[in-house]
Ligand binder design. Structure first.
Ligand code: ADP
Ligand code: MG
Length: 352
């Protein structure tokens, strides 16, 4: 079962799955469309309505469902046709494994700034998927996010993606100064670096969802290759208290994560979320520390890295907890004034 099927099914189980009706566009018929109005059957009025609903690009339509387009006054038949052409345009469709393999070849890797950590996750953070950093307060999640905003701007030979970053900040912890000192350390022009960094502060969980729902145009226009939600769960955690709100919280988180993965796929971007941990007092054996969000967040984030502090100040321990295809493992890096750095041999020798 794919992620989008899972989300559709959980949201409105009574509505039959319509996704399957979106037939593939003949290869000969595939055309590249630049804006909504270029799509067959989409006039200016419909395009306007779609934009008001948050669909600004061909990519966003390609990953939409017919039901989602209904409020624009588009009937199901026409909606399926629009989606079909949008999919054909960006070649997002049902694929054979060899084509999937080709698609995997287009996956890009973003360096974390630490070779050890890069190796742990298979050569850097992967585009088209979500990487989740979770850990206690002060474990370095936000520092990592800041570092990635700089790294994404590096050329590929230095581990970057030559792209910009979008930072959705929910805890008001983003610091431009921090990015500037990290940029200086890399001999980058800090002024240029901060120009390629778009920050959106989210005041509530609904606001956070809204920002991401409407991010596709910004991502496209600015060549954003890194989308960060720091923290993914903080607002949800404080707003949805009590058992009776749990289902609603999970449903919203689920949808939010799916939007993120759709964006990451459509734009070949790296998606990073951070998550707090909570202690489970009723767990006596095994790890009593659990990330917030339960199984939905666990299932949609493809790579999860658990960060924790060590006894030695700047040193952090990263553990790869789940990855679709890599063995779990552990490694250390450090956070200094320069940012995320390698722990050198001499320091490594010392006891943790
Ligand atoms: N300029 C700096 N120089 C060295 N270490 C720093 C600097 N800024 C932050 N840190 C380290 O990062 C920690 C905060 O990490 P942070 O990423 O904000 O944690 P969280 O996991 O809660 O997001 C601080 O406690 C400190 O150890
Ligand atoms: Mg933080």
């Amino acid at each position: 079962m794919t992620i989008s099927e899972e989300s559709e099914a959980s949201e409105t189980p009574e509505v039959p799955e319509v996704e399957a009706d979106v037939a593939e566009v003949e290869t000969s018929e595939r055309k590249r469309y630049e804006c909504l109005e270029d799509l067959p059957g989409v006039g200016p009025a419909t395009a306007q309505k779609l934009q008001e609903m948050g669909f600004h690009t061909i990519e966003s339509l390609a990953t939409a469902t017919a039901r989602e387009l209904a409020p624009a006054g588009i009937g199901e038949r026409k909606a399926l046709d629009v989606i079909r052409h949008a999919r054909g345009s960006i070649s997002l469709s049902f694929v054979r494994a060899d084509e999937l393999w080709k698609q995997r070849q287009s996956i890009l890797r973003l360096t974390t700034g630490s070779q050890v950590l890069d190796n742990l996750v298979g050569g850097g953070l992967e585009s088209q998927t979500i990487t989740e950093f979770y850990g206690e307060y002060g474990s370095g999640k936000s520092q990592m996010c800041h570092q990635l905003c700089v790294n994404v701007q590096l050329p590929p030979e230095r581990g970057g993606l030559n792209g910009a970053a979008l930072y959705i900040d929910t805890e008001n912890t983003f610091h431009t100064e921090r990015v500037i000192s990290m940029a200086r350390h890399y001999d980058l022009d800090p002024e240029e670096v901060v120009k390629n960094l778009i920050v959106a502060e989210a005041y509530t969980s609904d606001h956070q969802i809204f920002l991401l729902e409407n991010a596709d145009k910004i991502i496209k226009d600015n060549n954003v290759r890194l989308i960060i939600v720091d923290s993914l769960t903080a607002h949800f955690r404080s707003e949805y208290v009590g058992r009776e709100t749990l289902a609603m919280r999970q449903q919203k988180l689920n949808k939010h994560m799916h939007k993120l993965i759709r964006l990451a796929r459509a734009f070949n971007a790296v998606a990073v979320v951070t998550n707090q941990v909570m202690a489970k007092p009723d767990v006596f054996f095994g790890d009593a520390i659990h990330p917030i969000g339960g199984h939905i967040v666990a299932h949609t984030s493809h790579t999860r890295v658990y960060l924790r502090k060590s006894a030695r100040g700047p040193v952090r321990i990263a553990r790869l907890v789940s990855s679709p295809y890599l063995p779990n493992g552990e490694g250390i890096f450090k956070i200094t004034e320069n940012g995320v750095e390698e722990v050198d041999e001499a320091e490594r020798g010392k006891k943790r």
